[in-house]
Design a protein around this ligand. Structure first.
Ligand SMILES: Nc1ncnc2c1ncn2[C@@H]1O[C@H](COP(=O)(O)OP(=O)(O)O)[C@@H](O)[C@H]1O
Ligand SMILES: N[C@@H](CC(=O)OP(=O)(O)O)C(=O)O
Length: 573
């Protein structure tokens, strides 16, 4: 901006020389100053979008400064700049998960945290309070078999009522908002009675049932922000353009969502600015028009979708951990935060079971190239994890270890009725026809080993029915072995160094007497997956974590690499 200021001075001096009237000079300078401001915004945005280096930025700056000074307003690259002034538009998304808004006290802390960024104009995305979603699901299951007269007494319903009414009162919300919440709780009770009467809980009803969690948390929080004088407006995602497939409990966001959400949030903000507080996790089925959900943990996806829709600067997801960790802290208490990840690594990590991020959530952020920051709302000072398109992998070996348990594995050996490619094609067309999703695959000429993704299969009965049908179909062309109770351990890291990673991994496994039943290296080049028996999996992850991350062994491992020698820790030699 120093350069811009000098140019304003230059222009000022030039104007003085030609004896322009002081008022028109002031207006002209004001106009130019406005142009410089919008120009700066425009350049910053374009620089990010098009990845300009410093040299490119300088050249473009100079061109625009000259154009402004010389009044060359017809310059192509300048056109539309006045309307491109986005200094007052929404700037970031801040998503707070259930643990961040579990009580009145937590909501107050979240409000303070948001207000501690006065320079931002955030869109807020909230999940349901604490474990409300789980409790709603249990209440639904209980309603199916408890009888209408007992539905009101379901323990989880009363817990949810008490939590939400108490929170609204503790936050000092006015009586009209307390009535809104009471009405919603009353509707929830009626719904549970309906489920009890029907004695069934369809996937569609299940989604409507859990939607009460986010619908109530966002209303309470937006009302609280208004109470403390920070203007906020609540939105139900299904009413502002979140259009999804009709796959209840696991819906996908459709493309039409992005322009619709952008239009609604943008026009409300420009006509009457108020911090948007949006329900995470929810959408509207494009055919059914009913409430859908995006799969467990889906508020992360809501946040990244809003970031993409509005082209925001950053997406922040606030959790109860110091970022994405080197492994699940419930498995290894010494798990450490990972400072940087690429979208690809984060997606792989989430897909292979790290609960911290929703499996699909990286997609919109990657498509729009918007950085995602994972932060801890209980420890805002911690730097967290920054997820971007690229990062320096030259020193990276292993980034994180992820465990996905209770997996079903299939061993399929061809009866040689088909040629090699006919065999593979037939096997995968069977999965496609049955809508069964496959996680990891290892193939030879006549056999395939693969793991099935259980998250697509919702109830026990359905799993058995589907599996029986699938095996029946596969047995027409192959000998099939179904192996249950397996776990996938995914090693996310720099697969350029896969042989060194594997050497170390197999040392650890050998020492612990663990047999690997399948191994696959993803084409994404960031993931090696090992399949082991469920009963050995947690022990394995702990041993691998200690070998790779404890006592700074990772850097020793790196040092060994630099000397051209693979490092094997003493404990494993
Ligand atoms: N690799 C990992 N890194 C961080 N957290 C993980 C990891 N694997 C599992 N977790 C679990 O994920 C939790 C955070 O995810 P989640 O409960 O969905 O957060 P929120 O509800 O706040 O969005 C953590 O409390 C932690 O127990
Ligand atoms: N409340 C939903 C959606 C969600 O994203 O929750 P959280 O952010 O607390 O993981 C769930 O529990 O699945």
């Amino acid at each position: 901006m120093a350069m811009a200021a000098q140019s304003v001075a230059r222009s000022h001096a030039a104007s003085m020389n030609s004896l322009i009237h002081p008022i028109s000079l002031r207006n002209s300078l004001k106009k130019k100053k406005k142009r410089f401001d919008s120009c700066r915004q425009f350049l910053c945005k374009k620089r990010k979008e098009e990845n300009w280096g410093i040299k490119g930025l300088k050249e473009r700056c100079q061109r625009r400064v000259n154009a402004i000074v010389d009044q060359n307003v017809e310059d192509d690259e300048m056109s539309g700049l006045d309307s491109d002034d986005d200094t007052n538009l929404l700037s970031i998304v801040m998503k707070f998960g259930g643990s961040s808004v579990a009580s009145a006290e937590r909501m107050r802390e979240v409000a303070d945290l948001i207000l501690s960024f006065p320079e931002e104009r955030p869109v807020i995305v909230l999940s349901a309070m604490g474990r409300t979603t789980n409790k709603l699901l249990v209440a639904g299951e209980k309603a199916v078999c408890c009888g209408v007269s007992h539905a009101s007494a379901i323990e989880e319903l009363n817990f949810i009522k008490d939590l939400h009414l108490r929170t609204a009162e503790e936050l000092g919300l006015d009586s009209s908002m307390i009535s809104v919440i009471s009405f919603m709780l009353n509707d929830l009770e009626q719904l549970l009675k309906g489920i009890a009467m029907m004695k069934e809980l369809t996937l569609r009803t299940r989604d409507y049932l859990v939607s009460f969690g986010e619908c109530m948390s966002t209303r309470i929080f937006a009302a609280y922000m208004n109470t403390i004088g920070s203007k906020a407006r609540q939105y139900d995602a299904f009413d502002i353009g979140f259009i999804t497939t009709d796959d209840f409990t696991n819906a996908d966001i459709l493309e039409a969502t992005y322009p619709a959400v952008a239009k609604k949030l943008h026009s409300d903000w420009t006509s009457d600015p108020a911090m948007p507080v949006v329900t995470g996790f929810l959408g509207k089925g494009w055919k059914s028009r009913a409430v859908t959900t995006l799969g467990r943990g889906g508020s992360d996806l809501t946040a990244t979708a809003i970031g993409k829709a509005l082209g925001l600067r950053e997406i922040q997801v606030w959790k109860d951990v110091d970022g994405v960790l080197t492994c699940d802290p419930n498995i290894h208490p010494k798990a450490e935060p990972v400072p940087y990840l690429t979208f690809e690594e984060a997606a792989e990590l989430a897909y292979f079971g790290a609960q911290v991020l929703h499996p699909q959530s990286m997609r919109p952020a990657r498509e729009a190239d918007i950085p995602v920051r994972v932060k801890n709302s209980y420890n805002p000072q911690a730097p967290g994890t920054l997820i971007t398109k690229e990062r320096d992998l030259s020193k990276a070996v292993l980034t994180s270890i992820v465990l996905k348990s209770n997996i079903t594995m299939l061993d399929i050996v061809s009866t040689r009725m088909l040629g090699q490619y006919g065999f593979l094609a037939k096997v995968f067309s069977i999965f496609e026809d049955l809508g069964i999703s496959v996680d990891s695959v290892a193939t030879s000429e006549v056999s395939i080993s693969l793991t099935l993704d259980p998250s697509k299969l919702w109830t026990r009965d359905l799993i058995q029915q589907e599996l029986d049908h699938m095996v029946e179909e596969l047995e027409k062309i192959a000998v099939v072995r179904l192996l249950r109770n397996k776990s996938i351990i995914s090693l996310i890291g720099n697969v350029e160094r896969s042989s060194l990673i594997l050497e170390k991994v197999f040392n650890v496994l050998r020492k612990n007497g663990v047999n690997v039943q399948m191994i696959s290296q993803g084409a994404s080049k960031v993931n090696i997956s090992l399949v082991v028996h469920d009963s050995e999996a947690r022990k394995c992850v702990r041993a691998l974590h200690s070998a790779f991350f404890a006592n700074d062994l990772l850097s020793e491992f790196d040092a060994g690499l630099q000397n051209g020698l693979p490092f094997v820790p003493v404990e494993n030699q």
